[in-house]
Design a protein around this ligand. Structure first.
Ligand SMILES: [Zn+2]
Length: 178
């Protein structure tokens, strides 16, 4: 998780100066809306399992529903926590997933940096990426590959993350590179 999140942080900082459109809704709601739309566009082209991710469970989690997880072994619920202070893990990351689940709840923690102005597409990618961790655990290669698969199917291209793909040794994962 950490390496990809560092990447996301770097991209956030790089894109922070990009023009910002007026936000009619908060960045967290907008990011979820965009991620849900991307997944909906990709969904017809996904099988039951893609990159080791249970697609139905992923859709349930993304939509805020409980999901049956073969990975965690039971029914799990995602809780979204927005942190207001950039302390602890939020001093390093824009977002992270606290796992494994505790009492059937896995927490997606969104840090202040996540809501930095700009970089809407990166926020969407962050949600698509972190939801893989929510549903299918900590494998970075899986998270990058699945998120890229959604982007390609929905938009025809994926956000380039070659450095982090290599940094995580994902060439050996057998998964498709983003
Ligand atoms: Zn990750």
């Amino acid at each position: 998780m950490n390496a990809a999140l560092r990447l996301l942080r770097v991209l956030f900082l790089a894109l922070a100066l990009a023009p910002v459109s007026a936000l009619a809704e908060g960045p967290v709601d907008a990011a979820f809306r965009d991620a849900i739309a991307a997944f909906a566009a990709a969904r017809p082209h996904l099988g039951a399992v893609a990159d080791g991710v249970d697609v139905a469970a992923y859709g349930d989690a993304l939509g805020g529903r409980r999901f049956a997880s073969a990975y965690w072994g039971g029914v799990v619920e995602m809780a979204v926590e927005e942190r207001l202070e950039a302390t602890g893990s939020c001093s390093r990351f824009a977002a992270f997933v606290r796992m494994p689940p505790e009492n059937g709840v896995v927490a997606l923690v969104l840090c202040p940096e996540f809501s930095t102005p700009g970089a809407d597409s990166l926020r969407r990618l962050t949600i698509l990426h972190e939801l893989v961790h929510v549903v299918a655990g900590p494998d970075e290669c899986r998270a990058m590959s699945f998120a890229a698969r959604i982007e390609r199917l929905a938009f025809g291209h994926a956000t380039p993350v070659e450095r982090y793909w290599r940094a995580n040794g994902c060439e050996r994962s057998g998964l498709r590179a983003p």
